[in-house]
Design a protein around this ligand. Sequence first.
Ligand code: 5AD
Length: 348
Amino acid sequence: MSTYKVNSLLEKLEQTHNIDKEGLILLLNSPSSPIGEAADRVRKNQVGDFVHLRGLIEYSNYCYRTCFYCGLRGLNQEVNRYRMTPDEILEAARHAKSLGLKTIVLQGGEDRNYPIKDLYHVIENIKKMDVAITLSLGEYPREVYKEFKSAGADRYLLRIETTNADLYQKLHPNMEFENRLRCLWNLRELGYEVGTGCLVGLPGQTIDMLADDLLFFKKLNADMIGIGPFIPSPHTPLASSTGGDMDTTLKVVALTRLLLPDINIPATTAVATKFQGYDRALSFGTNVIMPNVGFDQYKKLYNLYPGKVHHHAKAEDELNRIKNIITKAGRTIGTTKGFRGGLNFKQI
Ligand code: 5AD
């Protein structure tokens, strides 16, 4: 493919934020640097130099799902399971608020023994702290999503993981691709800021499929997109697979920014784990980092994949480390709750 063709496709994408599948495949097969540079320009124009921090609380590592790639899958007997009490979650949230964080992300395995009424209680009380609340709790019926929203939740993260229905079914036994889609459209319709995303480098995944993932993000008009390389995890059926590569992962991140210019895109922990830090991702279109503000004794038990960065660090130390990275990259720490819309949206 001629460089001329690639450059003109990229130029058009940067201006119109639209491209067809064939164009995406061409770009995914071309060098990453020019795509990253275009994404960095769009990021700067649309959401500025701010990097928003979201305080992550991993409140339970119990999970009844059995996703092939995930270290926390219910069938993994090697995991020491924990469940934070509502009081512990609230204590971690108060601490995060005292450190200046403006969003709390509540994430967990799909722990069906965590009483939903306890989750409502936690959401209501975090809301009183005047922070934005993001949930990442997996699949629930529409009525439950509605109750979470009424309790005060602002955003919901639910990665589609892959939009290829066959690959999805292979990797997620007893789950339904159609239900995943239904959950996302329910969240959208209930007025959440909706986050989704995919894994890059899953066994059997092709460039063609990644192009479809990107077109899906655009079709859903997602407000947040989290992308990470698949990192093989011990004691899972994919333990001896090859993981995702840096270049492809960063291209998917950058193309997401080009397609959805004003959304929030995190430099994910998986990217930082695999590629020794957040810096590369920050220069490929991302504008969010999610420091872990949970309790030290639990962080090391939340092993989705091996080698998760700095999971032993204290919240304060991890936050300072991340703030230094942001400043060194010539960026500014966000001072608002950081809803979608960036520079064109009056932030509170
Ligand atoms: N490698 C990378 N990311 C993973 N996740 C789960 N297991 C792995 C893994 N082995 C991601 C999934 C999930 C998110 C919480 O963590 O995409 O949505």
